[in-house]
Design a protein around this ligand. Sequence first.
Ligand SMILES: [Zn+2]
Length: 272
Amino acid sequence: MPLAAQTADELFRRNIGTPDQFNKQFPPHKVIGNIYYVGSESLSSFLVVTPQGNILINSCFEATVPVIRASVEKLGFKFTDVKILLGSHAHADHMEGDALVKKLTGAQVMAMAEDVPALMKIRPADKPHPLDKTLHDGDQVKLGGTTLVAHLTAGHTRGCTTWTTQATEDGKTYDVVIIGSVGVNPGYKLVNNDEVPGMAGEYMRSFKLLRSLPCDVPLGSHPSMYNLAAKYPLLGKGPNPFIDPAGYKHELDIQEHAFLQRLDEQKKAAGL
Ligand SMILES: [Zn+2]
């Protein structure tokens, strides 16, 4: 599709989908190696399975947690085997369910330092947000032979986190990237932003960093970031459809195009 067809607002709507999709189960499935999809139609949640327990990436809304649990169990895993809970970024659609997941599994909750202030404000029914460990850019999270690396890809939130790991399938090792988000939401101020004066610079650093990461298997905090709906029907009918390095570059291209367009609009409107 032509780059100009996607504005930041269009990508935002593409990512969040419709409200009825938030908590509607998407068929749980193996993505690659020890990585499984346990999220909804519009909110990604990934289960990384290891011999020493499992890692869950994204609790989503609190109301999504029962959907995630049902997906984990449908795949034959125990929800109580979740030992570590990670997240993409401090927005309710990705991390509101942290307290409930912690209550149900006892998992250690870890989050990027720059996202902690925003995370502490996500309190469904006024429950305090759990946090067992604060992470920093480049930190590794290890469990049962699997290593996940936390990359700070700020802009969308101050501590937005892109997770990378490696997965093995049919004797080959693949680089997996779970994009935190580089979307510019409606209302975001990229210029003259008193609260986050460096926001545009944070996005630019994130695009540069994301482009530097080796990626065979692009994933994201919303399944539309890697076109899950189109790839899922191809599962088991040929090569693994999630191996899509060109799709990773394409996603970064359309997101960066939309970001630069929005930045330009805001600069012009501000007379800069
Ligand atoms: Zn977000």
